[in-house]
Design a protein. Structure first.
Length: 214
């Protein structure tokens, strides 16, 4: 079991590229993911959990194992929810958002079950807003694809399957502050993928995002 070693390497890595002894291997097809249905060509659904969270140099992080949720953006003139972002719940019992891998149409698209249009839940593609100020996991906006990865430490396969993009699986996570979600009117946490030129803020934690049960 390589979990403790993996966490230690992550703590040292910070906002830099993953440590040389920690390598990532992309999962190339939905069929390699948990709960795959070959007839539907869909894997999942599952929640994605905060994993290996570190608050600065401390081993304690209050949101360890908390799960994905969602917030929506409604603008004046919109007739419903058109876009939003994937978030982390502020309490374990809060409403959770599931993700899945859809292998139809010849691609492996990561989708989230989010409120769209009038607010009814629907599966919608999600991806990374690759801007140095954000790196957020969004839907209904332009984005770069996300995919899942396996980790190896010093050549040995580590436990878990992790969400990332472009070979990066580290995330910074910060509180929404006074803002509450349109979905359940509760505070939430915002994950942002570590991308080039990104700087970690003082109030952020570092973590991986892992498929629940993987």
């Amino acid at each position: 079991m390589l979990t403790a070693t993996l966490f230690s390497l992550f703590l040292l890595a910070g906002a830099q590229p993953l440590a040389q002894s920690l390598t990532v291997e992309p999962v190339k097809d939905c069929s390699e993911l948990p709960n795959y249905n070959p007839k539907a060509r869909i894997a999942g659904p599952w929640t994605i959990n905060v994993d290996g969270c570190r608050n600065g140099t401390s081993s304690h992080c209050s949101i360890e194992r908390f799960s994905t949720s969602a917030d929506t953006t409604r603008q004046f003139g919109d007739e419903g929810f058109l876009n939003g972002l994937i978030t982390i719940t502020s309490q374990k019992e809060n409403i959770k958002t599931q993700l899945r891998c859809n292998g139809n149409e010849g691609i492996n698209q990561i989708e989230a079950h989010i409120p769209y249009g009038s607010g009814d839940l629907a599966w919608h593609p999600v991806g990374i807003n690759h801007h140095p100020a954000t790196g957020r996991l969004v839907w209904g906006r332009e984005f770069e694809p996300v995919q899942f990865y396996r980790h190896s430490v010093q050549g040995a396969r580590a436990e878990g399957i992790f969400l990332g993009s472009n070979g990066q699986t580290q995330w910074f996570i910060h509180s929404s502050g006074p803002d509450v979600s349109f979905v359940d009117y509760k505070p939430y946490w915002i994950p942002r993928l570590v991308i080039p030129d990104m700087v970690m803020n003082a109030q952020e934690s570092k973590a991986f995002m892992r498929i629940d049960g993987s």
